[in-house]
Design a protein around this ligand. Structure first.
Ligand SMILES: Nc1ncnc2c1ncn2[C@@H]1O[C@H](COP(=O)(O)OP(=O)(O)OP(=O)(O)O)[C@@H](O)[C@H]1O
Length: 209
């Protein structure tokens, strides 16, 4: 899949424009950081790219097929299921043999520094381990577009560093990864930056095109 945003603009109701005139291509194999101050519309842009929200101006074209997966700020898992179960499940759901799904899941856990905790229940993982597990599970879903919302927002500095290190390893050949973030280190771990400040509109231009 390839996602093209063309002259995108959005606001809610008669509120101010969050951004206007945003044109950008999102390509597989890249990890994009969406940056900008709180309230600038980073999560909104994720929804527009996913097609969950329709833009008020401009267009989002998704060329090609594929799944969209989200990784949210707060990791959600099944407390008594192991880390391995969480990452193997998407493969099983696609009809993979259990041995194959397990082997693929173990490789992903290794890539995200989680091999050591593969057999541990979700409830016993640290915050950083749980968040990295969500990234590993996101990739296990083999999405064409993986949207990640503020993956380090709830984490202390050391734990955030672990997650940022794993973000640098997240890029997968066939997946577009887009990460909404405030965290400079997350931004540094991404391959490309879309800074929403560039598309903010002065209030005097809010009246219309
Ligand atoms: N469904 C909605 N209806 C009305 N207003 C909304 C809706 N969703 C978001 N907003 C408003 O749009 C603005 C941008 O929100 P958004 O969550 O996209 O920003 P953000 O850059 O992700 O912020 P943060 O960094 O604080 O998470 C905010 O003022 C928010 O209150």
């Amino acid at each position: 899949m390839r996602v093209s945003a063309y002259r995108l603009g959005h606001r809610f109701g008669d509120g101010h424009w969050l951004f206007r005139g945003l044109t950008a291509d999102f390509l597989p194999g890249h990890v994009y950081a969406l940056t900008g101050p709180s309230g600038s519309g980073k999560s909104t842009l994720l929804s527009l790219l996913a097609g969950w929200e329709a833009p008020l101006e401009g267009s989002v074209k998704r060329i090609g097929d594929g799944r969209v997966a989200w990784v949210f700020q707060n990791p959600h898992g099944v407390p008594n299921r192991t880390a391995l179960d969480h990452v193997a499940l998407p493969g099983l759901a696609r009809g993979e043999e259990p041995a194959r799904a397990d082997a693929d899941a173990r490789l992903l856990l290794e890539r995200f520094g989680l091999a050591r905790v593969a057999g541990r229940p979700f409830s016993a993982l640290s915050g950083g381990e749980a968040q990295r597990l969500m990234l590993a599970r996101g990739i296990a879903c083999e999405p064409a577009l993986l949207l990640v919302d503020e993956p380090t927002a709830q984490l202390d500095l050391a734990t955030a560093r672990e997650v940022n290190d794993s973000l640098a390893r997240i890029s997968a050949e066939d997946t577009i990864v887009v990460v909404a973030t405030h965290d400079e280190r997350t931004r540094d771990a991404c391959t490309d930056i879309v800074d929403l400040r560039k598309y903010q509109v002065a209030p005097s231009r809010d009246a219309g095109p």
